[in-house]
Design a protein around this ligand. Structure first.
Ligand code: 13P
Ligand code: SF4
Length: 301
């Protein structure tokens, strides 16, 4: 039996489902029951009636799934797969901001630790951040941890006072305007589809800005044949699957999230066999981090 066949068999036997983010390796995406962006995956995690969830992604994703569905066993193929940006905000900064502004909402990108979520009012993902911030009753918004997504949201919702935090995604933040211009010169006329975790100078060059799912949808709907993609190259698998006749180019070579690539098929099989690498969140943290996640699911509808 192949590893994939063993995984399929064990999934059925154990009433397990596999959730994967678009950035994990292609062969792992192929065994998924659900594949999507962070918002979609959190919706699935909140609703599934499977007994075991194997979350193929980085730690904030598994943690959020456990917080939303505590009765389920959440397993992660590699517990060390983490998102660097998830740690890039200080609790002290949040406390200080709450003392400074009476009318404040702490808006926390889902790419954050469970602890940061416990200090927040509402979570957002790249696909719903603008909508949620626009509809919040508060005038002052402290957006953590991603300064790039925060700045993009602030530009879309100028009626709000958005306070930025200096966090960033090392993968998306590394892309420069010079990289984009060089890619455009090589592939003239190819629309540039980009994730809002990129810098302002890169987003200025965009034809479309959105989440991983948004980028895939925009490319699929377009009648163009070639595209420049400004996000992690894991999305190329789904882009090509949905659009076999279109061509996709990365803006630069190193659009790779090393942590997402720690998830392998062998590790998926291993955690399914042994029910190992279970995600635990203390009940105190879970109870407090649940509120902002539930707020997101309600407000994004
Ligand atoms: P999406 O929610 O757009 O899939 O983004 C997740 C992520 O980690 C981007 O770097
Ligand atoms: Fe985190 Fe960036 Fe990797 Fe996304 S690509 S998981 S934001 S480090």
């Amino acid at each position: 039996m192949t590893v994939t066949e063993e995984i399929q068999q064990l999934k059925k036997k154990k009433h397990a489902v596999i959730l994967t983010h678009y950035y994990v390796p292609e062969e792992v995406q192929q065994v998924a029951d659900y594949i999507g962006d962070s918002y979609y995956l959190s919706q699935v995690a909140a609703k599934t009636d499977a007994e075991i969830l194997v979350f193929c992604g980085v730690s904030f994703m598994g943690e959020s799934a456990k917080i939303l569905n505590p009765a389920k066993k959440v397993l992660m193929p590699d517990l060390s797969a983490d998102c660097a940006m998830a740690h890039m905000a200080e609790i002290e900064a949040v406390k200080k901001m709450r003392e400074t502004y009476e009318d404040l909402s702490v808006v926390c990108y889902i790419n954050s630790t469970a602890e940061l979520k416990t200090y927040s009012d509402v979570c957002v993902t790249s696909s719903n951040a603008v909508k949620i911030v626009r509809n919040l009753p508060n005038q002052n918004i402290f957006f953590i941890p991603d300064g790039n997504l925060g700045r993009y949201v602030a530009e879309q919702v100028p009626q709000k006072h958005v306070i930025l935090n200096p966090g960033y995604c090392p993968v998306h933040n590394a892309m420069t305007k010079a990289d984009v211009l060089a890619a455009k010169a090589k592939h003239p006329g190819a629309p540039f589809l980009v994730h809002p975790e990129c810098t302002a100078e890169v987003l200025e060059e965009a034809d479309y800005i959105g989440s991983t799912s948004g980028i895939i949808e925009a490319a699929s709907k377009s009648d163009k044949e070639e595209f420049l993609i400004g996000t992690e190259t894991g999305v190329f698998y789904e882009l090509k699957k949905q659009n076999p006749d279109k061509t996709f180019y990365p803006v630069m070579e190193q659009q790779v999230c090393a942590d997402m690539k720690l998830v392998t098929l062998d590790k998926v099989l291993d955690v399914l066999q042994n029910e190992s690498n279970e995600v635990f969140v203390s009940e105190e943290t879970r109870a407090q981090a649940l509120h902002p996640l539930e707020q997101m699911l309600a407000l994004a509808k």
